[in-house]
Write a protein that binds this ligand. Structure first.
Ligand SMILES: *Cc1c(COP(=O)(O)O)cnc(C)c1O
Ligand SMILES: [Zn+2]
Length: 399
């Protein structure tokens, strides 16, 4: 059963009923799901989760789905956390961990948001969902919508990864390619939503995907036996991943399940699209639109995030920071982690390797701190980033 009680505006605190579809608050603020913590404390033992079937819906008491019959699942969540000893030694850490979201259905952590978002849409009786995407969210939401029998309309930049286009197509989403960025795709979707009455599932205009992504935080806490690591690095685009983890950690503390200080949350971006890094360095509460946003890490090519103020607040309150890396460093890191840890990770995740190395050098992170790199997706989704030059050999020649 769920202990979901209402939606609350992250800006002005206004409350909304949970029983009909909502997007943003009338003040423009994103809505957050709130639970009845007193009841959870009374009725739920945190050790129960481990005894259940794998997957993120084993945390159902902390998720917003009322009737389990509405759950749409493809086996998402419970991704492995591995110790990266060789990589750690190489760049100066004794306790470096990688949580690999590349093993989710559709190859990225976007599956978590889609599983909970589409399940809730089904519960609310929504018939058509529409969303802009940089690529991976479109793939995930297309798959879960197909499974749920809900229509999906997506708009993505024309230069989104080829695979993202093919995914949306193969799962049967009505897919449009936009001559512009994800922000332009967002404008087109907004107009379509007004005209056709679709449900707008753009990042943070839809309150439930945060809940799906939040489960990454719960899994990390559970993995460390209900303690927190010292720092978590996250590649930040729309910011839902980092907001989700922040929300999870605050909820676990509110429930009294963990007493530790919340880990330093570290937002990583690419030099070519760094609105959060810029705002953090200037001590601003909100970011500015990053024009000409450009990076090979498409998932973090978001020039301005609706939830930027929550991301910046989370970084600041947790004692974290924001770091930018070059695309060339991202490419080098994809290679390094593949060869040291046997993980072929996405460029967004690889950015963390370059970033954590910088933070060691600047001594922001100490060598004995327990650090988790949250790899958001599989490198298999970006085959074009590997330009191998392999020797061709004649059949008669020896090697
Ligand atoms: C979407 C995406 C991100 C950024 O996640 P946000 O929650 O939007 O900040 C990072 N990496 C990959 C692979 C993505 O698809
Ligand atoms: Zn509000």
């Amino acid at each position: 059963m769920s202990y979901y009680s209402y939606l609350e505006c992250s800006k002005c605190g206004k409350k909304y009923s949970k029983d009909e579809p909502h997007n943003l608050c009338e003040c423009g603020g994103p809505l957050l799901v709130r639970y009845d913590f007193d009841e959870i404390k009374k009725n739920v033992d945190k050790n129960i989760f481990k005894t259940r079937k794998k997957g993120l819906f084993r945390f159902k008491e902390l998720l917003p789905i009322d009737d389990e019959n509405n759950i749409v699942t493809l086996g998402e969540g419970d991704t492995p956390i591995t110790e990266a000893r060789t990589l750690g030694r190489r760049i100066g850490f004794e306790n470096l961990y990688i949580k690999d979201e590349g093993l989710n259905p559709t190859g990225t952590f976007k599956a978590r948001g889609a599983a909970v978002g589409v399940s809730k849409a089904k519960e609310l009786g929504i018939k058509t969902i529409a969303m802009p995407t940089a690529g991976n969210a479109g793939g995930a939401w297309s798959a879960y919508s197909a499974k749920a029998g809900i229509k999906l309309v997506v708009a993505m930049p024309q230069d989104a990864p080829e695979l993202a286009k093919k995914e949306a197509y193969i799962y049967g989403a009505k897919t449009y390619l936009v001559k512009g960025l994800i922000s332009d795709a967002g404008k087109i979707i907004s107009r379509g939503v007004k005209k056709h009455g679709w449900f707008d599932a753009a990042t943070l205009k839809e309150p439930y995907r945060i809940e799906g992504k939040k489960t990454m935080g719960i899994e990390i806490a559970e993995y460390f036996d209900w303690e927190f690591p010292d720092a978590i690095l996250y590649p930040t685009g729309g910011g839902v991943g980092i907001i989700g983890i922040w929300k999870a950690f605050n909820e676990l503390r509110q429930l009294g399940w963990i007493k530790d200080k919340i880990p330093k949350l570290i937002s990583v971006q690419a030099e070519g699209c760094n609105p959060i890094v810029k705002a953090f360095n200037k001590k601003k509460d909100v970011s500015e639109f990053c024009s000409g946003a450009n990076t090979i890490a498409g998932g973090i090519r978001v020039p301005k995030a609706l939830g930027d103020f929550i991301v910046l607040d989370a970084i600041k309150k947790s004692g974290g920071t924001a770091v930018q890396v070059k695309d060339s460093e991202i490419l080098d890191s994809i290679n390094l982690i593949a060869r040291t840890e046997g993980l072929f990770i996405c460029p967004e995740g690889a950015a963390l390797v370059a970033a954590v190395e910088k933070l060691r050098k600047s001594n922001f992170l100490k060598s004995n701190e327990k650090i988790v790199l949250l790899n958001t997706g599989s490198g298999l989704k970006y085959p074009n980033l590997v330009s191998e030059k392999l020797p061709v050999i004649e059949i008669d020649n020896d090697i």
